[in-house]
Design a protein around this ligand. Structure first.
Ligand code: GLV
Length: 335
């Protein structure tokens, strides 16, 4: 591509780690950043994107069909994050707008949060912490505050990809857990690595002591963890979601916990986000909730910013996006 990088305007729609912005500026791009820690209002996102050549966005930027058609001039979109359900990929592909994302670099950070939430829920940690704050730590009580142990239990992974595999490794290494999983396709390599067994969705629900969600959010998976699903789970089961809140129906989850259909839950993602402070889940003994911090380590966030910048730089300098989501759009791109 023979364009002068100084003429290329990149709009960055969230406050991101400096390392990525500095990389873009060092290459000579004209980088315009949204400098407020609150998400950019949709009209301002549109106004800025209209005047730029490429967009660096995050999961809070709603890049739907209307937006894409109003910004069909965009050369490319770089998503800071591995999930890209905020972007209508079908429409972007139709319009010939390639989209890049940042997989791989937040795998450990997110698996750690899933693993931590599993332990926190199993031992009622967040609820017990609140008791101390309320001055309710009185004395040692042999028969109360009892959690459950995880040793040799069965972990059911919904979506055994990069993050699901790391969660499974942690559970196997720490507790000798038995691993079962459900995916669109069987994964022989992961099965060998983990001794994991492929099961149907219903078998996953019926057999898991801990069910951890690591799947993408798509039309196929939206709301899949609903009343019907929770009813099929063990009354002793713990449900963990660190993927996207849209995968579970939160009213159904709350009811399943209240009526003892399942035992506990650990959520890093909620439906909707942000969770309101009066949400009943926050006062349940066996529930641990975090505010979508799966990738929130300095290492992961800096690596995500680096990859997001690299996707843009490689696109303009070499005509390719290292981590491309919709290769078809790239193939059709005339550079
Ligand atoms: C964060 O949730 C991501 O998808 O990267």
């Amino acid at each position: 591509m023979n364009r002068n990088l100084n003429d290329i305007k990149i709009f960055v729609s969230s406050v991101l780690p400096d390392i990525g912005i500095d990389m873009l500026r060092r290459e000579g791009f004209n980088v315009i950043c949204w400098n407020n820690d609150t998400p950019i209002p949709p009209d301002l996102l549109l106004e800025n994107a209209r005047q730029c050549n490429a967009l660096l966005t995050t999961l809070t930027g709603k890049i739907d069909a209307d937006f894409l058609n109003a910004c069909s001039h965009l050369d490319m979109i770089s998503q800071f994050g591995v999930g890209y359900d905020n972007i209508n990929i079908t429409e972007a592909t139709k319009l010939g707008i390639p989209v890049g994302n940042t997989p791989g670099v937040l795998t450990d950070a997110t698996a750690d949060i899933a693993f931590g939430l599993m332990i926190a829920a199993s031992r009622k940690m967040f609820f017990m912490h609140k008791k101390i704050e309320k001055g309710e730590w009185k004395h040692f009580t042999p028969k109360s505050n009892l959690g459950v142990e995880l040793k040799h239990k069965t972990l059911g992974v919904f979506g055994l990809g990069r993050i699901g595999i790391e969660m499974a490794k942690r559970c196997k290494g720490a507790y000798g857990m038995n691993i079962i999983y459900h995916n669109r396709r069987q994964d022989a390599t992961a099965e060998k690595l983990l001794g994991a067994k492929y099961v149907s969705f219903d078998e996953l629900l019926a057999q898991a002591d801990v069910l951890s969600v690591h799947s993408v959010l798509s039309d196929e998976t939206r709301g899949i963890f609903s009343k019907a699903a929770f009813n099929k789970m063990k009354p002793t089961a713990i449900f963990i979601n660190t993927s996207r809140g849209g995968l579970h129906n939160e009213e159904d989850l709350t009811e399943a916990l209240q009526t003892g259909k399942i035992w506990g839950a650990g959520l890093d993602v909620t439906n909707p986000e942000p969770m309101l402070k009066n949400n009943p889940l926050l006062n349940m003994e066996n529930v641990a909730v975090l505010p979508h911090i799966g990738s929130a380590t300095a290492e992961a966030r800096n690596a995500m910013a680096t990859l997001a910048a690299e996707n843009i730089i490689a696109f303009y300098k070499n005509g390719r996006i290292p981590n491309i989501v919709n290769g078809e759009a790239m193939e059709r791109k005339i550079l």
